[in-house]
Design a protein around this ligand. Structure first.
Ligand code: EPZ
Length: 417
């Protein structure tokens, strides 16, 4: 098992280039199943989850080749509609192939994602919404057997709760449904906007008719498309916190600053000095870190995927802070490890009370999920001495070349086998 060794308490200085978004790439890759024409995708991040999704598409019959950083997908002979557990279990987003397979074949057998360390990850909202498009389904031995005997029929669907994945699945499925579909109470994460932009390039007929409502008019066939994946805003937010926690001075490139406005406002309140230009954010960390209360929320609220990272920073604040995790039921797995490094965090339900004034001590640590793992790296960067982080396969699911990017700005970090 590989691990990371970090010597902390070094101010990070320099430039970090942000990679393509994992969470935009996954639904866009799933959506390529809709098309019989070639699709060209640029700026996919080199992370494990993308590799897994590509393997899943290949298992469904997609022909895929990489040349340089461009992915060429040819689904003209894609003819399978069975997504197996061994591919879906490591990456919950595998459920996103359900919508396109149903749209294309009218039948699909897709493994239920199964839970993970942050929660049970149900897909009831996806399934109930698909049934409104005429889909019948049964859960048999951990698989969704779904079929649409008369094909998908456009309908009006109001999501009972904001769900990124369910919004993506239904948007993709509706593009080939007969007639018009109106989806309301949609998630509007930037990654969903990127998916919609991609589908429009494929010739699909989609239009946002209000903040959280989208209209989709079904088409018969799509056309060849080329698309460059948007930047990864969670990776960018992670490195902003890295600068703030090491009193560093970083230039974060290949970003669209307004998409991170909520995070920038929070970091400014905490005391970081931030200036923005067209495709870059400059951040200078401050010695004095001010406390702040945060609750996670769907975009444009504070993202749950940056909750663990901001918690590490708030451990060093001058007073108490409260974080409320309103999206997932069990997303405090990083707290126990942070407390082992000297943090004083107590949990009550979905609230974490952070006592502040922590001087992190280096330690040997265990990663549990993708974002919790990177919060341990941030704490190790702030701690004097040598820390070791085990099970870093979690990190490799969503962060491209993490140690290389950190080393380039002065961190003492290396991967050990
Ligand atoms: C997406 O997960 C992201 N994953 C997550 O990022 C992110 O944390 C999450 O959205 C929230 O922003 C990808 O985009 C691949 P949801 P998703 O459906 O779609 C409940 C990361 O670290 N729910 O918006 O699974 C669900 O349990 C990952 O990159 C149902 O109850 O999130 C959760 O409590 C982690 N029934 C809440 O809704 C459903 O049918 C929000 O989930 C679906 C979801």
């Amino acid at each position: 098992m590989q691990k990371l060794e970090v010597f902390g308490a070094i101010r990070l200085k320099g430039q970090i280039n942000i990679s393509g978004s994992k969470n935009a790439s996954l639904p866009i890759l799933a959506a390529t199943l809709l098309s019989k024409k070639k699709v060209f995708l640029n700026n996919l991040p080199k992370v494990k989850d993308i590799e897994t999704m590509i393997n899943l598409l290949k298992s469904l019959g997609s022909m895929i080749k990489f040349n340089k950083r461009k992915l060429i997908i040819d689904n003209s002979k894609q003819n399978k509609n069975f997504a197996s557990y061994n591919l879906v279990k490591t990456m919950r987003a595998g459920i996103l192939v359900l919508g396109p397979l149903l749209a294309k074949f009218g039948y699909a057998k897709v493994s239920l994602p199964g839970g993970c360390s942050i929660g049970t990850r149900p897909v009831d909202i996806h399934l109930k919404a698909l049934s409104k498009l005429g889909v019948k389904y049964k859960i048999i031995q951990g698989y969704v057997h779904a079929f649409a005997p008369k094909g998908l029929i456009g309908s009006k669907i109001n999501f009972p709760k904001i769900s990124v994945g369910a919004t993506e699945n239904l948007i993709i499925a509706s593009t080939l449904a007969k007639g018009t579909t109106i989806l309301s109470n949609c998630a509007i994460e930037p990654e969903i906007k990127d998916l919609v932009n991609f589908l429009i390039k494929m010739g699909c007929n989609l239009k946002w008719i209000s903040k959280r409502t989208i209209q989709i008019i079904g088409i018969n066939q799509s056309k060849e498309a080329i698309h460059s994946i948007m930047f990864d805003r969670i990776e960018a937010g992670t490195y902003l916190v890295a600068a703030a926690i090491t009193e560093g001075n970083l230039k974060i490139k290949n970003v669209i600053p307004y998409i991170l406005q909520t995070e920038i406002n929070v970091l400014r309140k905490i005391g970081a000095k931030i200036t923005t230009k067209k495709n870059e954010i400059k951040i200078v960390g401050n010695k004095k870190i001010k406390n702040i209360n945060i609750k996670t929320a769907p975009y444009p609220g504070f993202p749950t995927d940056l909750q663990a990272q901001i918690m590490v920073l708030l451990c060093k604040a001058n007073k108490k802070s409260l974080i409320r995790e309103d999206i997932f039921e069990n997303r405090f797995m990083h707290v126990a490890e942070l407390n082992r490094m000297g943090a004083k965090i107590s949990i009550s339900g979905n609230k974490a009370l952070i006592n502040g004034n922590t001087k992190f001590e280096a330690a040997e640590l265990m990663a549990t999920d993708l974002r919790a793992s990177v919060s341990l790296v941030l704490a190790a960067l702030a701690a004097k001495g040598k820390s070791q982080i085990n099970r870093i396969y979690h990190l490799d699911r969503g962060y491209e070349s993490l140690e290389k990017k950190l080393k380039k700005v002065g961190a003492r970090i290396r991967r050990l086998n």
